[in-house]
Each structure stands twice: as C-alpha cells, then as structure tokens.
Ligand binder design. Structure first.
Ligand code: FES
Length: 147
C-alpha cells in the first residue's frame, strides 16, 4: 500500500469513528423517572430514582426527568448536592421547543439555546431563563411545588 492510500484509508476510518462517537453521545437520553405522583400541587419523585446500579456499582445520576401528563412539558430535576435539587421546566423561552438535558446543562434543539442546571441562559438566542420550581425534600422523596 502506498503512503497516500494508507493516509487516505486511515483518515476515512478515523472520520467514520468520530462521527459514530459524536452521534452516540448525542443519542444518550436522560433518564425518565418511572413513578411521578401528584399531591397537593406537588410532583413527588422518589430520591431512589437518582440511583442506578451498573455492574454491582451504585451510580448517582445528576439529572432525571419527571413527566406528568397535565404539564405541557417535562421537568428536569438536577441533583446539585446531598440535599439540594433544582427543578427546571423544559419549555424553551425562545419559541417554545422542548429543551433536553445534556449532562449538567440543557440544550434546545430548536435554535441552539443553552441553559445551566438552574435554568439560566448560557447561550442564546433565548434571552429569558427557563421556569423553575421550589423544591423540598424529606427522607424518601423530592417535592416539586407547581403552585
Ligand atoms: S425554541 Fe429554543 S432556541 Fe429557539
């Protein structure tokens, strides 16, 4: 194989792998809480929803999504610390598309706005922060106050 063919073949292979990896990374979707209850104007999510067991190892998710049929959009629930959470409504303030969690931040596929884990705009075109909700906890649950 000539040097030029070798370089061309290997560059195409590298390009292919990087495209696949980029696509797979983009496809990793957020975990949706299996059980979301509604009581006295609160969405109730079990803290255990943040726990994932992988190969006998306990992993704590940094974000889960709570969906409730009476809300137009889901809510991202970020774990900020041991007993600290933020609840961010996933309706983009730019033109109303659904915002998606990507690790520790949120992205709107509509026009590329980005928000931090407290709903603050980090990249436009959106100018206003996402709606957020008060959050309380007890031993077992997280309560998202919708009032
Ligand atoms: S609707 Fe979200 S950036 Fe435009």
């Amino acid at each position: 194989m000539e040097r030029r063919d070798f370089i061309r073949t290997n560059c195409l292979a590298c390009l292919g792998w990087s495209t696949i990896l980029t696509t797979l990374t983009g496809c990793i979707s957020a975990y949706y809480a299996k059980q979301v209850d509604f009581k006295q104007n609160n969405l109730i999510v079990k803290k255990s929803e943040f726990v994932e067991i992988k190969k006998d190892k306990k992993i704590i998710r940094n974000v889960i999504v709570a969906k409730y049929e009476k809300l137009g959009f889901p809510i991202a629930l970020f774990r900020l610390g041991e007993e600290q959470y933020s609840a961010v409504y996933l309706e983009c303030t730019h033109q109303g598309n659904e915002v998606q969690p990507h690790g520790d931040y949120l992205v709107c596929e509509g026009h590329g706005s980005e928000f931090d884990n407290k709903g603050k705009v980090t990249q436009g075109p959106a100018e206003k922060p996402l709606r957020t909700f008060m959050v309380k906890t007890d031993q077992e649950n997280i309560y998202i106050d919708l009032s």
